[in-house]
Write a protein that binds this ligand. Structure first.
Ligand SMILES: [Zn+2]
Length: 441
């Protein structure tokens, strides 16, 4: 590999650190029955260093044309990449518009034992980009720390409803197909970009402080309230704790297909029809995905090795909602999960779990336990002040574990190295501090 072309340490084949993309404009037309996608992607590219070529991530498409600032240029396509060769070097600090015309049958890309990205449903599509699925549908600089704004223009047969990130700014219908335009104005990493296509109806959800809706098959309307009935309260609860909801709207897509796990995207989450029950195991995931809008989406780990900054926090948010909604207290959840975790193999390093274990359940639970230990150590006022400041200072930006540790020390007034080292950099499970006694009435 050439010098400088390295992405995230967990996915060194993805992303190119020599440039960043400030805006993606994706004009796509898609045929659901034949799974044929035709695309024209326009990227505003900013060079961080002088560039003789630039490597975009793109998997499984024929590329028919590439232009740089309007001039057709040479390019080569490999199984994972599109390498663009501008006619003249791009100076460090310079910016160019790269337009890629491409077509093919999108498929999920392998991700460990799993696959992610563009995925056909029984009658529609979902895109679950985490972690490296974005190149399954558009050419991109697929790094979690390269955030950009987006415009999506999608042409799909009239029978289908189409959702993408951001706000639907226009929609027009012609004889056979409808064009949907969505704009995502808050910066977003590639993995959170999504499109959802299905025979859906839109259910506006009243009672939330931001526009909230559900997009689902008509037949599922009657079951929506079982898992999602308290979502407006949930959103307001998190907004009180962490600061205003970061995006323009929140949409939940429920697919007719059953899904193994729900999926977060910016301003959106997707659930399978199997999650429509009032079981705590499902409601906790409604809370989990919503909380990712603050922890993961507005404030995003710069590197996948810091994934606990997303999953540990979202897991702790489940426990906070449990307590708020009249269920078990966060402390009770923490103690019961500590006991379960203590019985498991202790070979996971929370601060750097490695690509194979980054979504291991122990990352979620140990991350949440770290937060509970921190809360018990610095007290509720400082702990929740820390979370609010974390979001406020880093909203729409990229973060590291070191930044969180520094902010915790700043707010606490002294460093907390012992606590963070024990939870993040050693595999043995630390003891939880004693619970704070409930004030006697
Ligand atoms: Zn999660």
């Amino acid at each position: 590999m050439r010098d400088g072309v390295t992405g995230d340490p967990y996915f060194p084949d993805r992303g190119d650190r020599r440039y960043s993309v400030s805006h993606y404009d994706l004009v796509l037309s898609y045929d659901v029955h034949s799974n044929q996608l035709r695309g024209k992607a326009s990227l505003m590219v900013e060079a961080r260093t002088e560039l003789r070529d630039l490597r975009l991530d793109l998997v499984g498409f024929r590329v028919s044309k590439v232009t740089v600032d309007g001039d057709a240029v040479r390019f080569s396509v490999t199984s994972q990449h599109l390498v663009v060769r501008p006619r003249t070097r791009i100076a460090a600090g310079g910016s160019v518009r790269v337009v890629v015309t491409y077509a093919g049958k999108p498929l999920p890309v392998p991700d460990g034992d799993d696959a992610c990205g563009w995925e056909e449903l029984d009658d529609g599509v979902l895109v679950a980009g985490q972690t490296n699925g974005a190149p399954s549908w558009f050419p991109c600089n697929d790094r979690p720390d390269d955030k950009a704004t987006y415009r999506f223009e999608l042409v799909v047969a009239n029978a289908y409803h189409v959702v993408a990130n951001g706000v639907c700014t226009s929609r027009w219908r012609s004889a056979g197909a409808t064009t949907w335009v969505y704009e995502q104005r808050e910066p977003m990493p590639t993995y959170l970009a999504t499109v959802q296509i299905g025979r859906y109806v839109v259910l506006p959800v009243d009672g939330a402080s931001v526009p909230m809706s559900a997009v689902l098959p008509k037949a599922l309307l009657g079951r929506y309230g079982s898992a999602f009935g308290r979502q407006p309260e949930m959103l307001d609860f998190y907004a009180r704790l962490f600061g205003p909801y970061p995006f323009a709207a929140y949409t939940v897509v429920i697919t007719e297909d059953e899904l193994e796990i729900p999926l977060e995207a910016q301003g959106m989450s997707t659930f399978g029809s199997n999650f429509l029950t009032s079981d705590w195991e499902h409601v906790r995931l409604v809370a989990h995905e919503l909380s990712h809008q603050w922890f993961g989406n507005a404030v995003t780990a710069a590197s996948w090795s810091d994934i606990w900054l997303h999953e540990g926090f979202a897991c702790y948010c489940e426990w906070l909602w449990s307590e708020e909604s009249g269920g078990r207290s966060a402390d009770a959840h923490a103690r019961s999960h500590w006991t379960k975790l203590a019985a498991k193999k202790q070979d996971l390093l929370l601060g750097d779990p490695g690509p194979d274990l980054m979504f291991d359940d122990r990352v979620y639970k140990r991350g949440a336990l770290l937060l509970h230990a921190l809360r018990l150590t610095i007290g509720d006022e400082r702990f929740f002040g820390l979370l609010r400041t974390w979001i406020d200072r880093n909203c729409f930006g990229s973060v590291t574990t070191a930044m969180f540790e520094a902010l915790a020390a700043e707010i606490h007034g002294q460093r907390l190295d012992g606590l963070f080292d024990a939870w993040l950099r050693e595999t043995r499970l630390p003891e939880l501090p004693a619970s704070v006694a409930e004030p006697s009435s």
